[in-house]
Each structure stands twice: as structure tokens, then as C-alpha cells.
Design a protein around this ligand. Structure first.
Ligand SMILES: [Zn+2]
Length: 261
């Protein structure tokens, strides 16, 4: 769908579907890791947000009313991942669904013995190939404070990018010039190290949920890459390096370390 957007149509969408300055500034201020972007990065991010909101519905479920600020915050965080990438990575689904809290997903799966299971565990977010991204609003809101150590929107959209070449497996489709072997080797050795630390009950600066699977490791570490880049660069520099090449961003260089007073 993004490929079908000509330059001309793109300009027309951008000129018609503006985000009011006040709303944009309010959304940026709510995400400290974005407010350090350069003027040029913020301008390009805002354009992507306008195009994203033009293409995707952000719809409330179970009585949740999505406010204009919520729409912009969700779109802004989704576009952080693709700031330097082709937005076609987000083709193939129509909507972002926002619940007023945790939700129980409405799907079933069949195991190898043919037994059908239903998931009855409440979830805070979900992304499936070809399906919508589903979010619990209070858990999106928690991303305002990185001390909560989660950024749900970045997490679910990282899964979406990972799913561009099939099931989420921790390896998104890599561009020409990046090596699958180098990616797998950096990610696998970091994943094994992280799982061992979690098994030893060692406190970690990265959410232990990342030890769940290779796919969760990629999604959680993508959150850390954008929202707390110095932590990822310090803990797993090899992964940071692969992510910087994949996302074509170097978020650690945006962070100014202030001297204590
Ligand atoms: Zn996940």
C-alpha cells in the first residue's frame, strides 16, 4: 500500500492532514526519548505520523474512546521504528485496536495432537501476522516513564516488523548489506547469556520477559534500543550494533549525559 503512494499523493496527504502544533508538541513531550531528536528528525517523524494516521485506523474497543492525543502518541511511537525505513514494513494490516485495560484475545490454536486451545490469559498487547496490533491503553501510557521498563507500542510494532518474513522469530527481513549470520550470531550469544542470567535470578536492567523466546528478545531489546539506548549499548554492544544498522539509527548518540550538579 505504501508503495502505491506516489510522491504527489504523499504531498497531498501531508498538506491536508496536518497535526496541530500544540497536539504534536504535547505528544513529543510525553516521550522523553523522542524529545531529544533533532529538529530535522522530528520534522520527518511528524510526516511519517501523518501518513501512518492516514493509512491506519486507531480504534477503541470495549467502550474505550481514543482521544486525539492517544492517536498521536501511538502513531508517534510506531513511527519511531521506521523513521529511517520504508513504511511498507507496516503494510498488510488496517487497524490498531485500543482496549481500556488488559484483554483476553479471541483466538484458538490447535496443538500437534489436534486439541484446540483457547487463550484465557489477559494480555496487554498483541500483534499477529496480517492482523491488527492490539494495545491496552494504560500499558501504552506506562511508556511515558521508562522506569516502568516497558514501551508497549515499540514492542508490538517490533513484532510486526519481525513478522514481515513470516512468523516472529527474532530475525526481521534484513536489507542488502546486512548478514543473517552476523545477526544470528550477535543475537543468539546475547540471548543465551541473558537467559542464563535470568535463570540465576540475577537482577537485569532489561526486562526478564526478554528471555521468553528469540522473538520476545528482539521485541524487548528494540524497546531498550530506542527508549534507553545506553543500557543496550552497555549490556549487549553486538546487538546494539546490529540494531543500529538495521533501524539505521544510533539512538545512544542522541542521549546527552549530564554531569551531576
Ligand atoms: Zn511480545
Amino acid at each position: 500500500m505504501w508503495n502505491a503512494i506516489t510522491r504527489w499523493r504523499r504531498r497531498r496527504i501531508l498538506s491536508r492532514a496536518m497535526i496541530p502544533d500544540e497536539l504534536w508538541e504535547e505528544a513529543v513531550a510525553l516521550r522523553p526519548f523522542v524529545s531529544v531528536y533533532t529538529v530535522d528528525e522530528l520534522r520527518r517523524l511528524r510526516e511519517k505520523v501523518v501518513l501512518f494516521l492516514h493509512a491506519k485506523g486507531i480504534v477503541g474497543a470495549q467502550g474505550h474512546e481514543v482521544t486525539p492525543l492517544q492517536r498521536v502518541v501511538i502513531a508517534l511511537e510506531a513511527c519511531v521504528l521506521v523513521l529511517e525505513l520504508d513504511m511498507a514494513l507496516y503494510d498488510g494490516f488496517e487497524n490498531v485496536i485500543v482496549y481500556p485495560g488488559e484483554f483476553i484475545p479471541d483466538w484458538e490454536w490447535e496443538d500437534e495432537a489436534g486439541v484446540v486451545h483457547r487463550n484465557d490469559e489477559p494480555m496487554v498487547g498483541e500483534a499477529m501476522p496480517g492482523g491488527p496490533v492490539v494495545l491496552s491503553w494504560p500499558d501504552v501510557e506506562a511508556g511515558a516513564d521508562w522506569q516502568a521498563e516497558m514501551n508497549l507500542v515499540i514492542h508490538e510494532f517490533a513484532h510486526k516488523i519481525d513478522m514481515r518474513d513470516g512468523e516472529a522469530d527474532g530475525c526481521p527481513p534484513l536489507p542488502a548489506g546486512m548478514s543473517v549470520e552476523a545477526w544470528a550470531s550477535a543475537l543468539t550469544s546475547a540471548y543465551e547469556d541473558f537467559c542464563a542470567r535470568v535463570d540465576r535470578d540475577e537482577p537485569t536492567a532489561i526486562d526478564p520477559y526478554a528471555a521468553e523466546s528469540a522473538a520476545e528478545f528482539f521485541a524487548v531489546l528494540s524497546e531498550v534500543f530506542f527508549a534507553d539506548p545506553l543500557v543496550l549499548r552497555g549490556e549487549y554492544p553486538g546487538v546494539y550494533d546490529q540494531f543500529a544498522r538495521f533501524y539505521r539509527q544510533d539512538p545512544a548518540t542522541r542521549v546527552t549525559v549530564r554531569e551531576p550538579d
